[in-house]
Design a binder for this molecule. Structure first.
Ligand SMILES: [Fe+2]
Ligand SMILES: [Fe+2]
Length: 162
């Protein structure tokens, strides 16, 4: 196997383990993953700093829109950890901004580390924090889900408020 065929250790692919069971949120998370993959590819391909920055900017803009959407939903559901969740979003946003601001002074090899940090921050949040609201929604039998949103719980039954 040539070097180029080897999977990157930080290659990122969507899996069902990342699903929160809410189609519109899953679609947004999938888009995230695609953008992070593009950033990773830009770094691996040693593209210009401007291109890497463009990828980072796209991730930041996407994260801002997604976080705002989630926060509206969590509030509407009466999710008890909504404030804490929003604080987590703010922390990630700040971390992403700091990484982006630091890119300029970094050596190329440090971009890989920066890319890994971006991936880690977003994926850990999905797997650790976003999963908590899925459990909350499922524990409520889907009753707290708003009309615009349905949740598919562990029993495989989609639930939607009437
Ligand atoms: Fe999320
Ligand atoms: Fe979130």
């Amino acid at each position: 196997m040539s070097y180029q065929d080897e999977p990157s250790p930080w290659r990122l692919e969507w899996s069902d383990a990342m699903s929160v069971g809410i189609p519109e949120i899953d679609a947004e998370h999938q888009h995230f993953i695609q953008l992070v993959s593009e950033l990773n590819e830009s770094i691996i391909a040693r593209m210009e700093l401007e291109e890497i920055k463009r990828c980072m900017q796209a991730i930041l803009a996407d994260a801002a829109a997604h976080f705002a959407h989630e926060e509206v939903l969590l509030k509407a559901w009466g999710y008890p950890l909504a404030r804490e969740h929003a604080k987590n979003h703010a922390r990630i946003t700040l971390a992403l901004r700091e990484i982006m601001a630091g890119l300029h002074g970094m050596a190329e090899y440090e971009w890989i580390d920066a890319g890994l940090k971006v991936k880690q921050a977003l994926i850990e949040h999905i797997l650790n924090e976003d999963m908590k609201y899925r459990d909350y929604c499922c524990a409520s039998g889907g009753e707290r889900i708003t009309d615009e949103c349905s949740v598919k719980c562990a029993d495989g039954e989609p639930r939607q408020s009437s």
